[in-house]
Design a protein around this ligand. Structure first.
Ligand SMILES: Cc1cc2nc3c(=O)[nH]c(=O)nc-3n(C[C@H](O)[C@H](O)[C@H](O)COP(=O)(O)OP(=O)(O)OC[C@H]3O[C@@H](n4cnc5c(N)ncnc54)[C@H](O)[C@@H]3O)c2cc1C
Length: 472
């Protein structure tokens, strides 16, 4: 083979077959085909099936998600991937009732108001707390560049009640995180921008509203700005299963990668069974696994990878007959702030969000336990988790009979915690990428914990890999 032919048949290894690794592998092949390059690509996955946390089980008519229950349909990268996979007609948007979200506060479930007027009218916070929020307009912008926590930012701009009763549970619900530890610029970079560009959140919202009025664009949806929560007919696992089918020839399961070495211009990847040589290596396993794999390439990057903590989350899914539940479950679900009488972080009311996820006349509750506030939940046994969910469901939802279906899914390391200093840690991985062209880090550990974040980053990496073989 000539040197040019070699460049047209480069070898690529992807470590980890979750949504990040599968999407990156698929996109490298798809983008390479458009440029007449045929890489020899292999995805090495430690488990016996690919998919990682994005996996769905169908049991007795219930759709049981291991990890994500959906994605927001406002990320062009995810929509592009879905189009390439031919999955558009399989998409399901959350039903309108999912716009009703609840928060448990002082012994009652309150609906979270979605617009400023209903917020003012609601009893979700006392008058003094609402008044303090209104003063946000007068709070000066902080421009010292410090890596502020989400909680400190919310408290400084909107007051301590807002931070405690709304922001902290929201952060628990999205990141299983502790708002007092997470870095605002790493998890909500848009809020940093809103403050630096407009002087505050309300000012930024007013500017956006003015802009939207001019352009005629809508500025909000039930699941967030311009977005609807979306899944697939067979659940989120349909996305990873479709990717895995498209890559079936390229995936090697039960391949636990132990180390990467640099050998001249190439990389050597060591699994329990083999040594593989490659031109490019995409590290798409979680940072804690990546830390030991890259130890020999850079102590500094390995240390930074090790410093990215993960929070545990246990998911308890319970199916109940509608008649056995005393409360109407017509909404997205409920978040429970710390300090209330419950240990669970909250529940999703799955069939109210996506009606096909439970049989007729049944409800499916998906309750999360653990997170950064409650690390010891990881020590509870399967039976203790099951009992905890039953006890708390009984009180929260007036459940009168035991569940007709139950499944406990344990994630000892569920969601990466972008704590203060996170962006410096990511920069250490980027430094190693620059030092060793052909090496990339991607996945939920770095630039976004969501499925959208993983897919967006998969495009970035796939395009950069293709740049390696640009033929002048
Ligand atoms: C309970 C829960 C609920 C969530 N809800 C949502 C949601 O509603 N919406 C949303 O957008 N996101 C949600 N997320 C986040 C999202 O699911 C994850 O961030 C995303 O799935 C991570 O994908 P990943 O590919 O980076 O990692 P993973 O899915 O963890 O995949 C990594 C893969 O690497 C493999 N691996 C590990 N070590 C090695 C090794 N040494 N060699 C080879 N392979 C290895 C693993 O076996 C795994 O398959 C949720 C996550 C959890 C846990």
């Amino acid at each position: 083979m000539s040197a040019v032919d070699d460049r047209l048949r480069p070898r690529v290894l992807v470590i980890g077959g979750g949504i990040a690794g599968l999407a990156t592998g698929y996109l490298i092949l798809a983008l390479a085909r458009e440029r007449d390059i045929q890489p020899e690509l292999t995805v090495l996955e430690a488990q016996d099936t690919a998919g990682g946390a994005t996996r769905t089980e169908h049991i007795d008519g219930f759709t049981c998600e291991w990890g994500p229950n959906g994605f927001l349909d406002n990320e062009p990268a995810t929509l592009d991937l879905i189009k390439r996979l031919g999955l558009q007609s399989r998409m399901i948007v959350a039903s309108p009732s999912a716009a009703h979200r609840y928060i448990y506060h002082h012994g009652t479930m309150h609906e979270v108001p979605l617009d400023p007027m209903s917020f003012i009218r609601s009893d979700i916070l006392p008058f003094a707390a609402k008044f303090r929020m209104a003063l946000e307009l007068a709070v000066p912008a902080k421009r010292d560049g410090a890596d502020e926590t989400v909680y400190d930012f919310a408290e400084r701009r909107l007051g301590s009640s807002f931070a405690r009763y709304l922001i902290d549970p929201m952060v628990s619900g999205i990141f299983a995180g502790n708002a007092s530890e997470l870095s605002l610029r790493a998890v909500f970079p848009k809020m940093v921008e809103m403050e630096s560009d407009h002087g505050g959140l309300f000012r930024a919202m007013l500017a956006k509203r003015r802009e939207a009025k001019k352009s005629g664009k809508r500025i909000g949806g039930p699941a967030g700005a311009n977005a609807s929560l979306t899944t697939f007919m067979d659940g989120m696992g349909e996305l990873t299963a479709t990717l895995a089918r498209a890559l079936s020839e390229n995936i090697v399961t039960r391949s636990n990668v132990r180390a990467i070495h640099r050998r001249g211009e190439h990389f050597e990847v060591i699994t329990e069974a083999k040594r593989l040589s490659s031109d490019a290596v995409i590290v798409a396993c979680p940072s804690y696994a990546a830390a030991s794999i890259v130890g020999e390439l850079s102590h500094n990057a390995a240390r930074s990878l090790r410093d990215i903590q993960y929070a545990p989350v246990d998911v308890v899914a319970h199916g109940h007959r509608v008649e056995d539940i005393g409360r109407e479950l017509n909404g997205f679900g409920v978040l429970i702030p710390r300090g209330e009488q419950y240990r669970a972080l909250g529940s999703l009311w799955c069939d109210a969000i996506f009606p096909n996820q439970a049989p007729k006349e049944m409800h499916l509750l998906r309750t999360m336990i653990g997170g950064a506030h409650d690390l010891s939940a990881a020590d509870l046994s399967h039976d203790e988790l099951e009992q905890l969910a039953r006890d708390e469901h009984r009180l929260l939802y007036d459940v009168k009979q035991p569940p007709v279906f139950s499944k406990v899914i344990r994630h000892r390391k569920a969601i990466a915690q972008y704590t203060r200093g996170h962006l410096d840690r990511v920069r250490d991985t980027e430094l190693l990428e620059r030092q060793l062209p052909g090496l990339y880090f991607t996945g939920a550990s770095y630039r976004g914990v969501s499925v959208n974040g993983c897919v967006k980053d998969a495009f970035r990496v796939a395009r950069q890999v293709l740049e390696l073989w640009k033929i002048s």
